[in-house]
Design a binder for this molecule. Structure first.
Ligand SMILES: *Cc1c(COP(=O)(O)O)cnc(C)c1O
Length: 451
C-alpha cells in the first residue's frame, strides 16, 4: 500500500492552468473604482506588475508558461507529496479513500510561496525595486519576504494587528527574511489613520491592511503591490498544486469524486480545484468541489453576489464576487487567513453557476478535525487547513453511512507549528464558536457600492 506519491523534478508542470479561458460563463469584468468602467491591464499597472495585470484579465490562453527561473525555484521544494490518509480513514472507519496534497511541506509552511515567487520574479524583470503587501495570519507576508529576498527586492508588509498579537513568531520570521513589518491599522497611511481615529482599538482586518499596502505602493516610486489571494493571477499560480495532484492521483490509480480546500480568498481552493474542474467543463466529469469557510466569515454560504471592493478603503478594482461587504468585521477566529470578506471572482462565478459550493465550519469543529488529523497522520495542520479537514471528515462520515467508497482529495494548505497559541487555547477549552445572525450580515451587505 503506497502511502505517498511524489513527482520527479523532470515531471513537474511547466505551465499554469488559466481556467478563465475554458469557462462557459466568463467572470464579469473588474471595474475601475474611479470610472466604474471595465478595467484594462493598463489601469492596473500603477499598482500591480504588468505581467500579473495581463494574467489577471487573460480570458484567451488556457496555459501560461511558468518562467524558467520560477521553475528552478519551484524545484527547491516541489513536488509536494500527495498522501493517502490511511490512518485518518481508519480512525473514521470510513470506506472513503482520503488523499491530501501536502502544501505544508512548502518552505515557510504554506502554499503562499507558489505565487510569491512568480510575483517577485515578474516585479524584478520589470525593474521594480520595492514590493509591499498585507498579511493576515502572516503566511503570505513570510512567503513574500522570502521571495523578495531571492530576487533582491525590498519588502514592506502590513500585518493585521490582531494576528500580530496571536502569532508573534510570524512577524519575527518576516524580519528574519529581511522585510519591514508594520501592524495594521497604522498611522503611516491615510487609510490607517482614518480607521484609528474612529476606533483606536481596531483589531485590523485584511481589508484594512490591503488599503494601507496599496496606498504605500501608489505613493512610493518603483514600488508594486502584491497580493496573496483573491485575484485571478494568484490562483493561476496556485494551479501548480492541482496540476501536480492530477499526475499524482494518476500514479495512485484513482480520480477524485470530491475535491476540498479551505477558503479565504480562494487561492488554495482554486489552485487544487481548477485542473480537475477543467475535466468537468471539457469532458463532463462530475467531480464535486467543496470550499470550506469559517462559519464566522460565511461569504460563500450566506453572503451576497455583487460588485464590491477588495479592501476597506475602496482602492482596489470593484470585483464581482460573493461578499459580506468590504467593511465586514470578522470575529477574531484563529484561522486568520480565512478572515476575509470576499471571494475571488473566478470561484464566485463558478459557485454562481452551481459548479462548486461552499460549506461553513464552526471554529470548534475545525479544531476537532485538526486534532484528529494530527493524532492520526502526524502533521499539525494550520487553523485554516483544519476547515478543509473538517469538510473532508464530514464527507467521509457520509460515506460511512451510505457505504459509498468515494475518493476524497483535500488540500492541506499549511502546517500549524507557528499557531501554537491557538492550539493552546483549544486544549484549555478557551476557544468558542461565533454565530452571526441574518441581521448581522445584512447590516454589512446592504452597504455594497453602487455600480
Ligand atoms: C492564506 C492561507 C489560506 C487562505 O487563503 P486562500 O487564498 O483562500 O488559499 C489558507 N490556508 C493557509 C495555510 C493560508 O496561509
Amino acid at each position: 500500500m503506497q502511502k505517498k506519491f511524489i513527482l520527479q523534478e523532470k515531471e513537474l508542470p511547466t505551465q499554469w492552468y488559466n481556467i478563465q479561458a475554458d469557462m462557459v460563463n466568463k467572470p464579469m469584468p473588474l471595474l475601475n473604482p474611479a470610472t466604474r468602467k471595465p478595467m484594462t491591464p493598463e489601469d492596473m499597472y500603477p499598482i500591480f506588475c504588468e505581467e500579473c495585470a495581463r494574467q489577471e484579465l487573460d480570458m484567451e490562453n488556457a496555459w501560461i508558461d511558468i518562467p524558467e527561473e520560477v521553475q528552478e525555484r519551484y524545484k527547491f521544494y516541489r513536488s509536494t507529496p500527495l498522501v493517502r490518509a490511511y490512518a485518518l480513514e481508519k480512525a473514521l472507519d470510513t470506506p472513503a479513500h482520503i488523499y491530501f496534497k501536502n502544501e505544508s511541506a512548502c518552505p515557510l509552511g504554506s502554499h503562499k510561496i507558489n505565487s510569491a515567487i512568480p510575483q517577485c520574479y515578474y516585479c524584478k524583470q520589470e525593474g521594480t525595486t520595492n514590493v509591499t503587501t498585507e498579511t493576515g495570519a502572516g503566511q503570505w507576508g513570510m512567503a513574500l519576504s522570502y521571495a523578495a529576498k531571492i530576487f533582491g527586492l525590498e519588502a514592506a508588509v502590513y500585518q493585521v494587528r490582531i494576528t500580530m498579537r496571536q502569532k508573534p513568531y510570524r512577524s519575527i520570521l518576516m524580519r528574519t527574511y529581511g522585510a519591514q513589518v508594520t501592524g495594521s491599522p497604522s498611522m503611516s497611511t491615510r487609510a490607517g489613520k482614518d480607521i484609528l481615529t474612529n476606533d483606536p482599538s481596531h483589531p485590523g482586518s485584511l481589508g484594512t491592511a490591503i488599503s494601507e499596502a496599496i496606498e504605500l505602493a501608489k505613493s512610493t516610486p518603483n514600488c508594486k503591490y502584491t497580493l496573496g489571494s483573491v485575484l485571478s493571477h494568484v490562483t493561476l499560480h496556485q494551479t501548480i498544486i492541482g496540476l501536480e495532484a492530477e499526475k499524482q492521483m494518476e500514479m495512485a490509480g484513482e480520480y477524485p469524486d470530491i475535491v476540498i480546500g479551505c477558503f479565504g480568498g480562494g487561492s488554495n481552493f482554486g489552485g487544487i480545484s481548477f485542473p480537475f474542474m477543467r475535466h468537468n467543463i471539457l469532458e463532463g466529469k462530475t467531480t464535486e468541489f467543496i470550499a470550506a469557510e469559517p462559519a464566522s466569515c460565511p461569504k460563500l454560504t450566506r453572503g451576497v453576489f455583487g460588485y464590491d471592493f477588495g479592501d476597506e478603503a475602496g482602492y482596489t478594482p470593484l470585483l464581482p464576487m460573493f461578499t459580506l461587504g468590504h467593511d465586514f468585521k470578522p470575529a477574531n477566529i484563529h484561522a486568520g487567513g480565512l478572515r476575509y470578506h470576499g471571494a475571488g471572482v473566478v470561484v464566485s462565478q463558478l459557485i454562481k453557476d452551481k459548479m462548486m459550493h461552499g460549506v461553513d465550519i464552526p471554529q470548534l469543529e475545525s479544531f476537532e478535525a485538526g486534532m484528529l488529523f494530527a493524532r492520526t497522520e502526524g502533521i499539525l495542520p494550520a487553523p485554516e487547513s483544519c476547515h478543509a479537514i473538517a469538510a473532508a471528515v464530514r464527507e467521509a462520515n457520509k460515506c460511512k453511512e451510505s457505504g459509498e467508497q468515494k475518493v476524497i482529495l483535500f488540500n492541506l494548505s499549511g502546517h500549524g507549528l507557528i499557531d501554537m497559541p491557538s492550539y493552546d487555547q483549544y486544549l484549555s477549552g478557551d476557544l468558542m464558536n461565533y454565530t452571526l445572525s441574518d441581521e448581522d450580515i445584512t447590516r454589512f451587505t446592504e452597504r455594497l457600492p453602487q455600480v
